[in-house]
Design a protein around this ligand. Structure first.
Ligand code: HEM
Length: 346
């Protein structure tokens, strides 16, 4: 009681973050238990990297024909959660598929940490908590779709859906990463309406390229297992649609770049659009090289990684079209030792 009235009477001392520890483990725990805007941003970035990485490892499963290395789900084989001797699957295929399943847990753990950090950040932001909550939930959804892929014996529609959940999940990850560096004020446009519309169109075109790419994959040779079903399209036709959409996306991006320079759009916006042009050209070149080389596995994995990088940048461009003010200064999390109560050195 006495302490309360003392607090009410005395001017509030400035709130400071807990003393940074030199111990890396304590620092790691602090990053989510006593988060600062910077540590939440870092965790959000790790979420983006983890989710982009898991696309590449999923690709590695497919091109090494390890898709049914664990033929059951959620168990690996009939009676075991982990790979055991199985005459119909090589040890390498089992290890690759099982390793990919384990990585899902790493990304899930990261999602949980991001969520805890968003909950404990002070002042608490409901938008960040909601975005962070979507992360572990979407990883769970991804695990379920992964199970459907195995149970349908790698049906191309299920494989396509499994890939496409990642870009969908990345929408939340990128949104959290971007939103955790800005305030909660009403969004103020910082580019002309034409550029805002062009940026939205660009993101839609990029999404269409991703969907069309999964049809090419479902038609091509990398099914993930020799016995898996394939779409009955002509590979030349579906590749033409996919690359045509990619060229449309490049065209829209170049248009956005020209408009950005002509209308004096902010440097951050221009830089992101310029980076996207570079990523798209590299990705397109890789697409043609892999097509004419008969889709060698390593290039396919690179192409998949490139596709999520293109997607992340297309999303980041949307966030650069408006401003929501600066991030509010940090306050200590509920149980963080305050400078007044923290033990002082003798
Ligand atoms: C912005 C440019 C591009 C993006 C974002 C992109 C994205 C993608 C995606 C998401 C996939 C499906 C991955 C999967 O389901 O596992 C894919 C597959 C493919 N893309 Fe592209 N792509 C682009 C440009 C091109 C171009 C210009 C070509 C040229 C022919 C091309 C050729 C292919 C081929 C052959 C596949 C099938 C690979 C396989 O068999 O797994 N891509 N692409």
């Amino acid at each position: 009681m006495a302490e309360r009235s003392e607090t009410a009477a005395a001017p509030r001392p400035p709130r400071a973050a807990p003393h940074p520890s030199r111990n890396p483990l304590t620092r790691a725990i602090d990053s989510f238990w006593n988060p600062t805007p910077a540590s939440l941003r870092l965790l959000a970035l790790l979420g983006v990297i983890g989710n982009a990485g898991i696309v590449a490892t999923g690709g590695a499963v497919r091109v090494t024909k390890s898709g049914l290395g664990c033929p059951e789900w959620p168990r690996c084989t009939g009676d075991s959660l982990v790979p055991t001797h199985n005459p119909s699957h090589s040890a390498a295929n089992m290890a690759i598929e099982f390793g990919n399943r384990m990585l899902t847990f790493v990304v899930l753990a990261l999602g949980v940490l991001v969520f805890v950090a968003a909950l404990r950040l002070r002042p608490r932001r409901r938008d960040l908590v909601r975005l962070a909550f979507a992360q572990p939930m979407s990883v769970v959804a991804q695990a379920v779709v992964g199970g459907i892929v195995v149970l349908t014996k790698l049906h191309p529609a299920a494989v396509a859906l499994h890939f496409l959940v990642s870009p969908a999940l990345l929408v939340f990850c990128v949104a959290l990463w971007e939103r955790s560096r800005e305030g909660d004020a009403a969004p103020e446009p910082v580019v002309r309406p034409l550029l805002r519309r062009l940026s939205a169109l660009l993101a839609c075109a990029a999404a269409a390229v991703l969907v069309a790419g999964t049809v090419v994959t479902g038609t091509g040779p990398h099914a993930g297992d020799d016995k898996a079903r394939r779409w009955g399209f002509q590979i030349e036709d579906v590749t033409r649609v996919h690359s045509g959409l990619a060229w449309l996306t490049v065209g829209l991006t170049v248009l956005a770049l020209i408009a950005a320079y002509r209308t004096g759009a902010p440097t951050a916006y221009r830089n992101r659009v310029l980076t996207l042009v570079g990523l798209e050209l590299a990705q397109g070149a890789l697409g043609y090289i892999q097509y004419f080389m008969g889709v060698p596995g390593p290039l396919v994995v690179l192409h998949m990684l490139g596709s999520v990088l293109v997607w992340i940048m297309a999303l980041r461009i949307l966030f650069a079209t408006r401003d929501r003010g600066p991030m509010p200064a940090a306050e200590p999390a509920p149980s963080a030792p305050s400078p007044r109560t923290a033990p002082q050195p003798a």
